[in-house]
Write a protein that binds this ligand. Structure first.
Ligand code: FES
Length: 116
C-alpha cells in the first residue's frame, strides 16, 4: 500500500513556478500556487517538487537541511524523500505530496491535481 500522495502526471494541471535560471544545480525555490505552498529542488540536475507543509505539525519542511535526496523538517526533525514525498523518520508518520515537474523552454512547471 502506498501512503504517500504523488500526483499523476497524466491528469495533472501544469503551472509555471520558476525559470531554469532561477534553479541552478543545488538551488530550491519555495512558492505558493493557489494557496498551496510547495517547493521545487534542483538536485544534481534533476528537478523535484514537494509540498512545503510537514505532515507532523505543518512545519515549513522545504526550509530544512537537504542531505542527498532527504530533507529534514526544521521544526522537529522528521525526514522526507524529496523524490516522492515519502516519510523517512519520526516524528512524522505520514508522507507529504510530491508533484511532477516539467521544463518547457525556460519555464519550470509543476503538475498539480486537477480541481473537481
Ligand atoms: S512539523 Fe515537521 S517534524 Fe514537526
Amino acid at each position: 500500500m502506498t501512503l504517500y500522495d504523488q500526483v499523476d502526471p497524466e491528469t495533472a494541471v501544469f503551472v509555471a513556478v520558476a525559470t531554469v535560471r532561477e534553479l541552478p544545480n543545488g538551488a530550491r525555490k519555495i512558492v505558493e500556487v493557489d494557496g498551496r505552498p510547495l517547493a521545487v529542488f534542483n538536485i544534481a540536475g534533476a528537478l523535484y517538487a514537494i509540498a512545503d507543509v510537514c505532515s507532523h505539525d505543518d512545519g515549513p519542511v522545504a526550509e530544512g537541511e537537504l542531505d542527498g535526496h532527504e530533507i529534514e523538517c526544521p521544526r522537529h526533525g522528521a525526514r522526507f524523500d524529496v523524490r516522492s514525498g515519502k516519510v523517512l523518520s519520526f516524528p512524522a508518520i505520514v508522507s507529504i505530496p510530491s508533484y511532477p515537474v516539467r521544463v518547457e523552454g525556460e519555464r519550470i512547471l509543476v503538475g498539480l491535481p486537477p480541481t473537481a
